[in-house]
Design a protein around this ligand. Structure first.
Ligand code: C2E
Ligand code: MG
Ligand code: MG
Length: 713
């Protein structure tokens, strides 16, 4: 039979038998020995005590009635002994007198056994008591260990919590509580996940935990005062012997300092200390990313390399401090002129580089470059000195110049050196072809910029005719540029540059004032019904001061707003519809006429048209050109006419070049026409002259031909 006491746990337990009766001692000793115990004997209380001190028996069998020191006194002495507190003492008594039993227990006896002794039963009792004693001892030991453990965990500088399967904290050490600004008592009973500000930090459900075993993560935790801090959490499920999850133990460390130093290291590794801009390492990373994206999207990346001109002179003559200040100011101004998608970096020294992904057209790159150059127009104020600086700029384009990042970089570098060699403050593209194109465009823009001051712009006016009355009912104002560099330029060659560069606002204002002055002049000359139609670009319409500027011009020139018409293309009015409708409504309130230009080339959203307060639709000349050759064009014109009629809008056909077109357009129901066949765009004087002759009469060029007769039918 398996006996845990004798065979497994305790190797022959030692029993001290105390009895004045020798026969009894021998009897007991034999019974114990036979049961596998070791036994020693004492005949009185004193020798029992000295044997106890010497041998530390595991159990004492103690006779109550002994001469001299009796069992109760002996028991009391043993209990007083430093090692005797927990030793089981089994009193052997001749009687089952309650008083005696009471005295025995008072004296510290563990149990008692009545004489006459049945040795077999006694051995069982001994076994039982030894087992109980061992358990008590173990418990006491465990208790002690637990206390040490608690002290240790409580004094750990790292936060520790134990939460039950529902995620409720059942234990927290003081470090955890301190870290979160609570007392330990406040933490107990709270849900652990409440301390994470983001869901990543929330403890997983216990089920998931069973699979994971260990879960380490970084998250943002919240203190009692709402302050957030980065924390490193590690959670482990705690299981019982059946592997059933009892809860989760989680360690929590405040890693603010680590994060700060990581941030500092990152800053040092990826940013330039002087300017705070990304450094070469970061730039290369961005360049690779931008190229990879461009490859996926089949886009382009422009790499702009920039080197300050004569920076060495600043360092040599003004000192390195001033040089550093200049670099910082340049970095600030450059940063301010970048778009969000551009990455500006300092490579070291006076070299900067910009990665510009997905720039729609090369013209836009030129404008980025020009913005960069413009930051050098104003001097840099350093220690009371004004320092002028400039930069040489080289541009390489992915994928045109190279597919490879470092080769592209060399291309931009080469282009920059080329720019430097050709004088200060220059820029060059790596590709010769692009260089030519962009240089041309920049030169054109520069010429345009000076055009107003040099009075190179003038206006042409092209008559608009009413088909029913055959009268000239208005004129369209068309911009002309008599450039000293390029000769006479038509709008198609330069309007887009005016729009791109923003010059359109300044020139547009000049043009409106000139057109209104002219309109008033014609009114004063007796042509008070003549409308003057001015083309307005999207940039102008969207300018916040457009309405105010227009109102001022009307007031200053004294023109009647009813003589003024504004033309917008479809794409202009369809961009930000809500806003546009509001502006158009305000224009109408001012008494101005509105028309949609080049109709049919843009969105052609007839549905939308009814929302706009439009007086006139101008059908694009491309439909007119083929109206007699292409049935679908005439069908489109017919549809536009019928829709316009239903919306009470008038229809004008643009670009009428011959009588056949005029004829068909009349049949199709157009109200008005404009075109070379009827009149070319002309100077104001010429128009005034023709007005003098023709206004109020039939259109000179409307011949009394077949179509005219048919119209009458
Ligand atoms: P648009 O507003 O549709 O102006 C009509 C254009 O058609 C004018 O060209 C005019 O000369 C031309 N044209 C007139 N009759 C005929 C014809 O029978 N046949 C042909 N083939 N063409 C004819 P222009 O002056 O070269 O202007 C071109 C465009 O430039 C204008 O188209 C307008 O969109 C824009 N534009 C002109 N002046 C201004 C302006 O002051 N401001 C703005 N924002 N744009 C302007
Ligand atoms: Mg127009
Ligand atoms: Mg047009």
């Amino acid at each position: 039979m398996f006996d845990p006491v004798n065979t497994k746990i305790m190797d022959k337990p030692l029993i001290l038998v105390v009895d004045d009766d020798e026969l009894m001692r021998v009897l007991l000793q034999n019974a114990l020995s036979a049961a596998g115990f070791e036994a020693v004997q004492a005949e009185d209380g004193d020798s029992a005590l000295s044997l106890f001190t010497e041998l530390r028996p595991d159990l004492i069998l103690l006779d109550v009635f002994m001469p001299g020191k009796d069992g109760c006194d002996t028991c009391r002495d043993i209990r007083k002994h430093p090692e005797g507190e927990h030793t089981p003492v089994l009193m052997i008594t001749g009687s089952d007198d309650a008083e005696l039993i009471h005295r025995s227990f008072e004296a510290g006896a563990t149990d008692f056994f009545a004489k006459p002794v049945n040795p077999e039963l006694l051995v069982h009792r001994v076994r039982y008591m030894l087992r109980a004693s061992r358990n008590v001892k173990k418990l006491a030991e465990n208790q002690g260990r637990l206390e040490v453990l608690k002290v240790a965990v409580d004094s750990l500088p790292i936060g520790i919590t134990f939460s039950d399967v529902k995620g409720v904290i059942v234990y927290s050490n003081p470090a955890e509580a301190r870290m979160h600004g609570y007392t330990v008592e406040e933490l107990i009973g709270k849900e652990a996940r409440k301390f994470s500000s983001d869901s990543r930090g929330r403890p997983l459900a216990t089920e998931q935990f069973k699979k994971i075993g260990l879960w380490r993560r970084e998250c943002v935790n919240v203190r009692k005062n709402g302050e957030k801090f980065p924390a490193q959490l590690t959670s482990i499920p705690v299981r019982d012997s059946e592997a059933c999850c009892l809860g989760i133990i989680t360690t929590c460390e405040d890693i603010s300092e680590r994060k700060e130093s990581e941030e500092k290291i990152h800053q040092l590794a990826y940013y330039d200390v002087l300017t705070g801009l990304p450094n070469r390492g970061m730039f290369l990373e961005h360049l690779h990313q931008a190229l990879a994206k461009a490859q996926r999207d089949r886009g382009k990346v422009n790499l702009i390399f920039l080197d300050l001109d004569n920076f060495k002179d600043v360092n040599d003559t003004q000192g390195h401090d001033v040089g550093d200040r200049l670099l910082r100011l340049v970095a600030d101004r450059l940063s301010a002129c970048m778009r969000e998608s551009d990455v500006l970096a300092r490579l070291g020294g006076d070299e900067f580089v910009v990665v510009c992904p997905v720039v729609a057209s090369q013209e836009n790159v030129a404008s980025v470059v020009k913005r960069i150059q413009a930051i050098f127009y104003e001097p840099f104020e350093i220690e009371g000195h004004q320092i002028y600086s400039s930069a040489s700029i080289g541009i390489a384009v992915y994928p045109d110049d190279s597919l490879d990042a470092s080769a592209l970089f060399r291309c931009a570098d080469t282009a920059m050196y080329q720019a430097k060699n050709e004088g200060r403050a220059q820029f060059r593209f790596f590709s010769a072809e692009l260089n030519q194109k962009i240089l041309k465009r920049v030169a054109l823009e520069n010429s345009l910029r000076n055009g107003l001051d040099k009075k190179e712009f003038f206006l042409h006016y092209q008559p608009l005719w009413d088909l029913k009355t055959s009268k000239m009912v208005g004129v369209e104002v068309l911009l002309r540029w008599q450039s000293s560099d390029y000769g006479l330029m038509l709008p198609s060659t330069f309007i887009y540059i005016l729009e791109d560069s923003g010059l359109i606002n300044k020139i547009g204002e000049w043009l409106l004032r000139a057109a209104c002055t002219q309109a008033l002049d014609w009114t004063l000359k007796g042509h008070s019904d003549l409308k003057v139609a001015v083309n307005i670009s999207g940039k102008q319409l969207k300018h916040p001061a457009f309405l105010e500027m227009l109102a001022n011009i009307i007031q200053e020139t004294g023109v009647d707003p009813r003589n003024l018409e504004l033309e917008f293309t479809e794409s202009v009015i369809m961009d930000n519809v809500e806003n546009t409708i509001e502006i158009l409504r305000r224009l109408k309130e001012m008494g101005i006429q509105l028309s949609i230009d080049d109709f049919g080339t843009g969105y052609s959203s007839l549905n939308y048209l009814k929302h706009f307060p439009i007086d006139r639709i101008k059908i694009d000349q491309s439909f007119v050109a083929d109206v007699n050759r292409n049935n679908s064009d005439s069908a489109i014109i017919e549809a536009i006419v019928s829709m316009a009629q239903s919306l009470s809008m008038r229809v004008l056909a643009e670009g009428v070049e011959n009588s056949d077109q005029l004829h068909t357009l009349t049949l199709l129901g157009c109200d008005e026409v404009q075109g070379y066949y009827l009149a070319m765009p002309m100077q104001a004087e010429a128009l005034t002259e023709s007005l003098g002759k023709k206004h109020g009469k039939r259109v000179e060029k409307l011949p009394e031909t077949e179509w005219f007769d048919r119209r009458k039918v």
